[in-house]
Write a protein that binds this ligand. Sequence first.
Ligand code: SF4
Ligand code: SF4
Length: 67
Amino acid sequence: MEAALVEAGVLKQHLIDPEICIRCNTCEATCPVGAITHDDRNYVVRADICNGCMDCISPCPTGSIDN
Ligand code: SF4
Ligand code: SF4
């Protein structure tokens, strides 16, 4: 089902803009299901774990997270 959604181009996923994100870790600490992770460069939302609860959107101090 997920593959089908990706193919159709309608998979809903939060995107974190690496140009705006200040790597404050607020989103990662906020996400109740651990869907937000980061490597040494960027914060990313794992679409396969994210449940779309939106809890991460308003706490982000820079508005980096789109939906
Ligand atoms: S919408 Fe909810 S589940 Fe998805 S990344 Fe944000 S806080 Fe986590
Ligand atoms: S809360 Fe916003 S600024 Fe902070 S790490 Fe997450 S996306 Fe980046």
